[in-house]
Design a protein around this ligand. Sequence first.
Ligand code: ZN
Length: 409
Amino acid sequence: MAETLIKVDLKQSAFDNDMVHNRWHPDIPMVATVSPGDDFIIETYDWTGGFIKNNDDASDVRDIDLSIVHFLSGPIHVKGAEPGDLLVVEILDIGAKVESQWGFNGFFSKQNGGGFLTDHFPQAQNSIWDFEGMFTKSRHIPDVRFAGLIHPGLIGCLPDPKLLDTWNKREVDFIATNPDRVPPLANAPFAPTAHMGRLKGEARDKAAGEGARTVPPREHGGNADIKDLSRGSKVYFPVYVPGAGLSMGDLHFSQGDGEITFCGAIEMAGWLHLKVGLIKDGMNKYGVKNPIFKPSPMTPNYKDHLIFQGISVDESGGQHYLDVGVAYRQACLNAIEYLKKFGYSGAQAYSILGTAPVQGHISGVVDIPNASATLWLPTEIFAFDINPGADGPIKHLDGSIDMPLAPDL
Ligand code: ZN
């Protein structure tokens, strides 16, 4: 039996667990030590540390203080790891905590975090997803059920002081270009809600004021939200500090490409069974700046898709030059309009795109002026036929069930 090196008690506040942290900083003390070739188990909180509850009320999602996220388990010291190496992390297995067989998906209020389609869905809303072994379904979104492709949304190694400075400078400078924007352009370090693991005293307070927020993916990986990083996959992480300092969290039962709802995929507490290895001087040997990945040999077997295209012409007809973000947003909006014809609310459709194993593709970036992005919706996850036909869409749902909606702040 592999040893469980980090345990989390879902009844205990994540702030009281000193094997957990919510900022990136090189001074956060290692909480466990492993050797290359070892396999071991790490438990994690959900990304909010249990703030979002299994209920039919979206006020948790509306009221959350987003400066508390993400609660990560670690850092783990890997013997022999030195700056410039690649840390090989194999995900042998991954799952939900036995006592917590559910997850959540939601959209943040535009005033508090927003999301990819926040201008269309400005209010907080959520859906709860129950797990049935490898499958999931939601009492808030009828007639859709799919197999999970469980993965860590967030995993990576500690930055060194130079890399941390680079992150903080570029993000703080970026915020300064439009400091009043809602939602903000980025999140600057914020000491009051920092959880620095086992760091204590003055050193803790100093690091809390410098620790990088965990929201964006960066050169070390971090919040990469790659839905295919599931059981059987491998990641090659750049190492910046002696011992690597591997941390992880933000497990997802399933997620669509883009994690467009931001809160986010199907978020859950869980565990990972990992095996680590090292490639000495691997960053140089392979020219690696950002992590590289090998997907799982096992994925849900959804072969049939309905593909929605979007081009870089925005909702008000504005032309954008090869902008794949604008194009993917249009593909998502087109899919939502389509699903509404079968009786789903816009929110339900948005949530399906954020949670189900939807694929996003950049289909064209050269045909000026329009980028082309496509969203591949698996048709087999629905309990009814969603394909277009001569008879038109048969309205399948009566609208009596919808996702909880919180009044705006
Ligand atoms: Zn997440």
